[in-house]
Structure formats: structure tokens, C-alpha cells
Write a protein that binds this ligand. Sequence first.
Ligand code: AMP
Length: 399
Amino acid sequence: MHTISNIEIKNKRVLVRVDFNVPLNAQFEVADTTRIRAALPTLKYILNQGGSLVLMSHLGRPKTGPNTKYSLKHIVPCLEALLEHKIQFVEDCISGDAFEITKSLKPGNVILLENLRFYAQEERGDVDFAKQLSRHGDIYINDAFGTAHREHASTAVIARFFNTAHKALGLLMSAEVESISKVLNFAEKPLTAIIGGAKVSDKILIIQQLMNRAQHIIIGGGMAFTFIKAMGGATGASLCEKDRLDTALELINLAKQKGVQLHLPSDACIADAFDQNANTQLVSSFEIPDLWMGLDIGPKSMDAFAKVIQNSKTILWNGPMGVFEMSAFETGTRVIAEAIVKATQAGAYSLIGGGDSVAAINKYQLSSMVSYVSTGGGALLEFIEQGTLPGVDAINFQS
Ligand code: AMP
């Protein structure tokens, strides 16, 4: 892997693609600092090595050019506080003024360029736009794991304007790639993948890929009911993708062919409404009465899944076991999170990734007790599906 530690930084202008696509509140203040904090190690490393910083990112999805609602100027106070450093904001990422400012930076200067997506060329991966951006730095560092699955101008195309000695992955990107690699390429067996969430259709490719690597695949959440229905179970009013029943059967057969143990929930906590205060019962997940819906796995499934997890040496978790946002249906997700922590304490490597399982592990304040919590939802899933990402390839494989 080509990481920042291989690069001579002193007195260099370092152009860093970060992921500062953070949520803002009604007062345009940063509502969640996770992504900014995740970039800090790379930024501090560059400053400590005697480089200057030119930071570039997107924010939101501005459709038609500049729009103050999506201006990165809103994040300056938060970034200054977290980095403990003065930042100069530049209002247009490729204006003459911008190039004038970045032409003669001194070590320790920090520049933040305006939202890259104010130019449609960014998402189009426009080569000329990428070339212009490349003029802002002597060195290009990609630390934006959250957008590494996009082949955009600043995330991938730009890398062709820097040779190997002048581009690298940042510390966050390196940690993410290393963590996935530990699960996909160097997993100590048994490897257990826990896949939950709402829909099978979102997770087909990742389940197929994991069949080549995992010894156990645990399926929970709403998506389990498509499998259960395909096997002839009665799923009542539970989430079920009727157009994916064949896919579910194909996955069950693939697991048999590959010798992968596929674990489905044997029991469920069902409710008579999608509501925290609904009436509930525990039943077999294959015998759900009409009008009732499964909103969490039941205690037998929790026990069975926890046993598999505790006997694993490598664990990947993506997607909750139930509607964990409602306390009435969060137990399965919490028990799985706790089982992963226990396994980690016993020496297993655990990677938690994908929006809702990250939200869950944070909700239970267990994120510091697992091996790695990924910052990239879509990027992580695509990495598992494809085995690599455009943003990573652009650094590792282009000269
Ligand atoms: P995903 O984004 O596909 O990982 O799905 C996450 C969402 O799935 C969460 O908002 C959960 O509330 C929801 N979910 C999990 N289990 C169920 C279920 N049994 N029925 C309905 N929604 C569910």
C-alpha cells in the first residue's frame, strides 16, 4: 500500500482530498464532527512534517453551481477548533485568486477550498478540471474514504497528474484499507459475516462475495424474511421482497455449494404495528400470523447467533438485526453488538461498517471495544463487492 509515510513532505504544498461532507444544523453549524475528526491525524501529520495544506472536499449535493447553503465556509470554525490552527478559506476552488494563494504557501499554512461540487465537472470526473485542481499542490493525498468508491475528478482522476513519489493514501484511508484487507484477504478463520438491515436487494452482491471467504453468514433484520418466505415460511406483514425470492434461494444454494453455514433467525419478536408501543409476541420466524410483522430477532436466535460470533476469529458486521431505532425492537442488535465485543476481547478481529451498524455500535457506546469502525458506508460495501475502489487504485496502480 502506498501510504503517506513513504512521502517526503517537508516544505511541500500538500493537496489533501478530505471527506468534510458533514451534516449541518439549522444555524449552519457542524452537527456531527466524526468525519472532520477522522481526517485530523493526516492533517496534523503533514503540518508536523513541515508541509502546508490545501484541503478540498464536497459538501452535500448542490445541483446547479454555487449555493451558500452548501458552502464549506460553514465548517471553518469547527475545523479551526479541532485542528487548533488558523485556516484560510478560498471562495472558488479554481479561480485565479485561489491559484495565487496556493502558489506560494509557507509551511504551516492551511487553505480550505470551496465545495468542489459547485463545479459539475467534479462528479463527471472531468480531466481538465482535475488537472486544474492538481496545480494547488506538489503532493496529492487522498484521505476521503467516504467517497473513494466514486471516480470523481478530485478522488481518482487527479492522481494521474502526480507520480508515485508525489501521491499517497492518507492515514484514514490506509487504516480503512488495512482493516478491510484483514477481513477479506488475511482473515483468521472462522470468519463470520453478520448482515442485517432492511433489504436483500441492497446486499446481494456483498453476500455473494462473502460466500467466497466466510465460514458463517448470519442474516438478520428485515431482509431475513425474504429468505424465510423463499423457504416456505409464513412471514405475515413482515418486510419481504417478493421479487427477490429466487435470489434468496440462489444464495441459500450457493452457501450449500460453498460449504458456508448460513444462519437465519429461528424466532422473531413480532408486532401488530410498526410502532414502539405496538402489541408484541415471540414466535417462530417461519410462523408469523397475518397482519403481524417481525421487527426483531427472538431470544433463541440471539443465543444461536451469539454462539457463532463468540467462536469466530474474524467478524464483519453490516446492518442491524431489527428496528433498533425503537427500544422495543433493539434487543437483537444490542445482543449482537455485545457478542462482537466479547469475541474481540477474546482475540477476534472485528470490523463494523455501513451506516446503521455504526449508528448501533455508537448508540450502545461500544465502538471503542471493537477492532475497527469504518467511516465509509457505501465505500466499504463497494470495497467488499469489488475487492478495491477507484480512489485506492488511482494511488496504488497509476505511475
Ligand atoms: P439498511 O440501511 O439496509 O442496513 O437497513 C437499516 C434499516 O433497516 C434500519 O433503519 C432498521 O430499522 C431497518 N430494519 C431492520 N430490521 C427490520 C425489520 N425487521 N423490519 C423493518 N425494518 C427493519
